[in-house]
Design a protein around this ligand. Structure first.
Ligand SMILES: Nc1ncnc2c1ncn2[C@@H]1O[C@H](COP(=O)(O)OP(=O)(O)OP(=O)(O)O)[C@@H](O)[C@H]1O
Ligand SMILES: [Mg+2]
Length: 243
């Protein structure tokens, strides 16, 4: 079953790695159209939360629904088409012979059928995303040999090329300089509004979250301990910055 008022609905789930619990009795509701930030110390389970939304880590109990689709063998193929993911890190072999343009085109693969060719629509979406992120000039370069910040922008472009309904970003400004950070913050907001997305951003970057999000959830030791609106969040983080 698809469509739901909540793009992300997590009810009372538990996840663990090798028997060690990370998220326990964890619930979260993200209404359709919200741009939600998640903030909290290292090791608290923020990346795990994103992976739960993508079906990348098993959930021992409770329920996960993405746009109304239950996380299940049947639901996962719909969920994968609806969601795009910017991972926290993406190590690739520097010699891997794949260009930045090809990495962005990978964002289109979920929309192509088996053996389908890259069509003009796919090329246009990839070019659009490369242009938006200001990395069109890098399209022919070997991805593994780009700088950290260049790779990061290419990975964000790949997510946008996918034309998702739900965008899940884990530390999207990690290795960016100040100018690129500002640019990406306003771009995320712009794309979010223009394409009517639901967006979840995990970050330690207080300015990114305060400037970009509608609401920020605070996480600690696998639990949500509160929610703040952006101005409140900026105020309460002053003097106690995580890094
Ligand atoms: N694949 C894994 N195998 C074992 N333990 C893991 C795995 N992934 C994460 N963990 C552990 O789960 C806990 C939560 O990790 P997670 O990556 O979700 O934290 P995080 O909040 O994203 O932290 P950070 O801010 O450092 O990115 C940590 O204690 C981590 O060591
Ligand atoms: Mg993380």
């Amino acid at each position: 079953m698809g469509n739901d008022a909540y793009s992300i609905l997590i009810k009372d789930i538990c996840t663990a790695y090798h028997g060690l619990p990370v998220l326990e009795s964890f619930s979260l509701q993200v209404p359709e159209g919200e741009l939600l930030g998640v903030f909290g110390p290292n090791g608290t389970g923020k990346s795990t939360l994103i992976k739960v939304c993508l079906g990348l880590v098993p959930v021992a109990s409770g329920e996960v629904r993405i746009s109304g689709y239950r996380m299940s063998r049947e639901g996962i193929s719909f969920i994968r088409k609806l969601t795009a993911y910017v991972p926290q890190s993406f190590d690739v072999d520097r010699r891997m012979p794949v260009t930045a343009g090809e990495v962005v085109m990978m964002g289109r693969f979920g929309r192509m059928g088996l053996f389908n060719r890259i069509g003009p629509g796919d090329q246009a979406a990839a070019d659009d995303a490369l242009n938006m992120l200001g990395v069109k000039h890098l399209a022919g370069r070997t991805f593994g040999r780009l700088s950290g910040g260049e790779k990061q922008r290419v990975i964000v472009a790949r997510a946008l090329a996918q034309e998702p309904k739900i965008l899940l970003m884990d530390e999207p400004t990690n290795s960016l300089d100040w100018e690129s950070k500002k640019r990406i913050c306003s771009l995320i907001r712009e794309v979010h509004v223009e394409r009517k997305l639901t967006t979840l951003i995990v970050s330690h970057d207080i300015d990114l979250l305060a400037d970009t999000c509608d609401r920020i959830m605070l996480m600690e030791r696998g639990h949500i301990i509160g929610a703040r609106d952006p101005s409140e969040f900026r105020h309460c983080c002053r003097g106690q910055r995580h890094s």
